[in-house]
Write a protein that binds this ligand. Structure first.
Ligand code: ADP
Length: 402
């Protein structure tokens, strides 16, 4: 059973083809610069050299056709024929309040995703283009959608409402939704398995720290609170996003700098965070290196970034009246031992005792990085959002037959 996982952006499309018999990745790749005359398709199969093809790809339907051509290519492909793909799973950023779990796509689901365009104008329309492009190329293949927000639909009102007039929630659904749900869900389940404890009895803070970053309080396996908000801008400081700030800064900056609302929005999303404070990079590897070479702005960016993570962990410890485990995942969380060390250094009051040797180990496996006997377990858990999308899709296409 082969399942194709698609993550469609406005000018890019990433794909991964899974063989669900052993959950192995048969091929993966991406199409970049869709809409331009020199679009690039990069295709990877383990053990073979990467293939790059430059051509004109003006829209997503052509992008999907090119991907399918590559997957069945005589020399570079991994399938004999296109009908060896039994289902397609899509990542969808925003499911609003409509979707509490992954679903198979039908006309109603498409309509509902369209209704949510307003809440995620940069993401959902692009995902829809991906869905329609697959439909055009593979009309008889079932498709499923997996939402970044769905896991957080268990949050109580006290976590998800903003203290603004209720009419804004009632009329426009302005509330906290949270993101990276697929990842927080996956790593919390993995951690419970690893610790050999029932997830229903654990209080976990999961820190997904990549280009985008969010912390989630997971109480008994359910999202109780999360740092991202109505959009992925709120919460932690990120590579180029500001995270939390006083909303009064927006009108004040517009006045003082004679900026438009769009320009401030772009500043907060694309020109803030690590990039703005360090002045050199949004990439944590470069920040740590510059800091070690004595760059004071990089050191300040690192201090602010790690301080915010620690503050959220502390806040969520209070929210859940305790913590059993802290999880680090995604690009920075999995790979940056200095970041984990700095965050945990200030958590000794909770009973966190980091083990420096364990923290320094590099591995793609789930691992414990605290000392035996630490009151709180800290784990590094590699995330795998694509695999979760493939698994959900696989489960959903089996269900109707049961
Ligand atoms: P996203 O999915 O949000 O785009 P990822 O989870 O792939 O992001 O994380 C990407 C980030 O991970 C990069 O910007 C980089 O800063 C960081 N990263 C990758 N490897 C390392 C490393 N060895 N040390 C520190 N940071 C790293």
């Amino acid at each position: 059973m082969n399942i194709l996982v698609i993550n469609a952006g406005s000018s890019s499309l990433k794909y991964q083809l899974y063989d669900m018999d052993d959950e192995s990745v048969l091929a993966s790749g991406r199409v970049e610069r869709i809409g331009m005359d020199s679009s690039i398709l990069t295709h990877e199969v383990e053990g073979r050299p990467e293939v790059r093809e430059v051509s004109e790809i003006l829209e997503h339907t052509t992008a999907v056709r090119k991907v399918l051509d590559m997957l069945t290519h005589r020399k570079f492909g991994v399938l004999k024929a296109i009908d060896e793909i039994q289902a397609v799973g899509h990542r969808i950023v925003h499911g609003g309040e409509s979707f509490h779990e992954s679903v198979l796509i039908d006309e109603n689901v498409k309509l509902e995703i369209k209704r949510l365009f307003d809440l995620a104008p940069l993401h959902n329309p692009a995902h829809m283009m991906g869905i329609l492009a697959v439909e055009a190329n593979l009309p008889d293949v079932p498709q499923a959608v997996v939402f970044d927000t769905a896991f957080h639909q268990t949050m109580p009102k006290s976590s998800y409402l903003y203290a603004i007039p209720m009419v804004l929630y009632k009329k426009h659904k302005i509330r906290r939704y949270g993101f990276h749900g697929t990842s927080h869900d996956y790593v919390s389940k993995k951690a419970a398995q690893f610790l050999n404890k029932p997830l229903s009895e654990l209080k976990i803070v999961s820190c997904h720290i990549g280009n985008g970053a969010s912390c989630t309080a997971i109480l008994g396996g359910k999202s109780f609170d999360t740092s991202m908000g109505m959009t992925p801008l709120e919460g932690l400081m990120m590579g180029t996003r500001s995270g939390d700030l006083d909303p009064a800064i927006v009108p004040y900056t517009i006045n003082k700098e004679d900026l438009t609302l769009n320009e401030v929005n772009s500043m907060l999303n694309k020109h803030s965070g690590l990039m703005a404070i360090s002045g050199i990079s949004s990439d944590m590897r470069e920040i740590v290196q510059a800091m070690e070479e004595g760059n004071e702005s990089a050191a300040l960016a690192f201090d602010m970034y790690t301080y915010r993570i620690r503050k959220y962990i502390g806040a969520y410890a209070a929210a859940m009246n305790g913590i059993d485990a802290i999880l680090f995942t995604a690009g920075v969380g999995e790979n940056s031992a200095p970041l984990r060390k700095r965050v945990c250094e200030g958590l000794t009051f909770l009973g966190v005792e980091l083990d420096d040797e364990r923290n320094a180990v590099r591995s793609g496996e789930t691992r414990l990085i605290t000392k035996d006997g630490s009151m709180v377990d800290v784990l590094v858990v590699p995330t795998n959002e694509e695999l979760l999308i493939a698994r959900d899709t696989f489960r959903l296409i089996q269900e109707p037959a049961q």
